[in-house]
Ligand binder design. Sequence first.
Ligand code: FES
Length: 213
Amino acid sequence: MPSPFDVLQVDRDADEETVHQAYRRRVKEVHPDQGGSAREFQLVQSAYETIVEGTAESWYETNGTDEPATAAESAPEPDPNVHVEYLDYEAVVANGWELGDDELFRKARRAGLDDDAYGELTVEPGDYLLEAAEGAGFDWPFSCRGGACANCAVLVVGGELEMTVDNVLSDELVAQGIQLSCIGTPVSDDLQVVYNVKDLPGLEELQLPSRTS
Ligand code: FES
């Protein structure tokens, strides 16, 4: 149902003179003698009266706004998934890169590595990182799948990964960014991890015999 302003073809904040001029024009356009109809004529008259009487705003209260949705209203729903950029530690070593290099992931992006070594995957809310990697077809290292070894360790370079159960990692390793992907749930919108870091100092002695998925 058109608003009174739509009927007169003026903006909602049009001034009195603009409304009056629009009314005069519209009345001529829809007059039955000019090819219009009695219903259209009445509609224009009614719209004009509603606006000049100052009651047009109540039309919106009754019918809602017919204005285009604001940017916030029409914005797509935020993506609840976490986007993870991963890099295989073997690729770090093979290319002579350093884990502490601020440019590490930028270098990896430009290196043309295979999908196994570098890429992005998506983790659904509450899912474990290792499971998400396996679900994406990757074969990341693991053994116990319960926080009792370091086979599935990753180095978190950006974002946050939260471990959900007690585990074998020392506070010192955790402070360095080491987390366990089998019990690690991303809690930031984005995450950057170097996986396959199980042979780093302090982790090697925590390994259990490897298993494959
Ligand atoms: S596989 Fe053992 S802690 Fe993750």
